[in-house]
Ligand binder design. Structure first.
Ligand code: AMP
Ligand code: TRP
Length: 343
């Protein structure tokens, strides 16, 4: 069956937004508005799988929504809202907890990374996290999900859940006259030069909210001086920039800075190297800093303005939630019927 193309993605309001979130996700959300119906969520229910100070959770929820808008999402065209306002996410999440298997969850590398040695003491929600993520996506029968590389495994699990639901309920789907492929097998959209932005201090480690060294991340809200300082001090090898992408092999820090430049300027790494082949870091780093400031500066300024206008932000989130809920409830009515819940 052909599903209406629909884009869904989400970001947790669990730490300050960084360049990986911007280049791997938010920046790539924007052009999809021109071609698809898009739903962009601030996944606050996912965030509390690890402890969040309530006041921080609120502030960051506004910040992530503000980042979406400041980066170019139009709340009239795209649906922008925070997850907890549309309670159907939790409802479908529960049903998927009963579709997914414990063994599937136990294999998730993000869970293993976040839980570390402490698997007995993390929240049950952290373990079930991917099942709620599948619910976010499938509640709207979304067909495309733009994310960074680290989410690939979760999207494969989303497909597994969709497939198992379609299979387990196949008789019921037939009786009720639904298509046998009730949920779509969602496509991950992991594309572009910066699907995995690395730490500025170690080109083999992902740039991550949980990094303890501030110098390894560029935050979306960093001021111009901080951006320049962090990029100037970024770890690199001594060799100049190569002529071709192949010359970046085995040079993770150089490859990362070139990828960041490429993503910020909507070019390919090959085009960046065509311009900077043979240049030393004394030339490339300041050029990258200027570019980063020119892109991130205006976004940060707009984010500050938006988070200062709580009434406007509340209005946008409420409107987005109302539109999302209408779509979600239409599907939930069917899903309750398929599962056999009495209403
Ligand atoms: P999170 O901060 O885990 O909620 O991630 C939000 C989005 O940013 C997801 O689509 C991630 O895949 C993406 N993301 C997070 N870190 C990076 C990174 N270092 N490089 C590229 N994308 C990232
Ligand atoms: N798991 C994602 C992350 O950690 C956030 C997320 C939750 C998400 N639900 C989603 C991303 C649905 C895409 C679609 O980054």
């Amino acid at each position: 069956m052909a599903f209406t193309p629909r884009v869904f993605s989400g970001i947790q309001p669990s730490g300050d937004l960084h360049l990986g979130n911007y280049l791997g996700a938010i920046r790539r959300f924007v052009p999809l508005q021109n071609t698809h119906e898009c739903i962009y969520c601030v996944v606050d229910m996912h965030a509390i799988t690890v402890w969040q100070e309530p006041e921080d959770l609120r502030r960051r929820t506004y910040e992530v929504a503000a980042a979406y808008i400041a980066a170019g999402l139009d709340p009239k065209r795209s649906i922008i809202f925070n997850q907890s306002q549309v309670i159907q996410h939790a409802e479908l999440g529960w049903i998927f907890n009963c579709v997914a298997r414990v063994g599937w969850m136990a294999r998730m590398t993000q869970f293993k990374d976040k839980a570390g040695k402490n698997t007995e003491n993390v929240s049950l929600g952290l373990f079930a996290y991917p099942s709620l993520m599948a619910a976010d996506i499938l509640l709207y029968k979304s067909t495309h999900v733009p994310v960074g590389e680290d989410q690939k495994q979760h999207l494969e699990l989303t497909r597994d859940i969709a497939q198992k639901f379609n299979h387990d309920y196949r008789k019921r789907l037939k009786v009720l006259g639904f298509d046998e492929e009730y949920f779509p097998l969602t496509e991950p959209v992991i594309a572009g030069p910066a699907t995995r932005v690395m730490s500025l201090r170690d080109g083999t480690k992902k740039m991550s909210k949980s990094d303890t060294s501030d110098m390894s991340l560029l935050y979306m809200m960093d001021d111009a001086d901080t951006i320049s300082k962090k990029l100037r001090k970024a770890t690199t090898d001594p060799a100049p920039l190569p002529e071709a992408v192949k010359g970046l092999e085995g040079r993770p820090e150089a490859a990362n800075l070139v990828a960041i430049y490429a993503a910020l300027s909507d070019k390919s790494p090959a085009e960046v190297l065509a311009q900077y082949a043979g240049a030393g870091w004394g030339i490339f780093k300041p050029a990258l800093a200027d570019l980063a400031v020119s892109v991130l500066g205006p976004i940060a300024a707009e984010m500050r303005r938006l988070v200062g206008d709580r009434a406007e932000m509340d209005r946008i989130l409420r409107d987005g939630a109302d539109r999302a809920r209408t779509l979600a409830e239409a599907n939930m009515k069917e899903i309750r019927q398929i599962v056999g819940f009495v209403r």
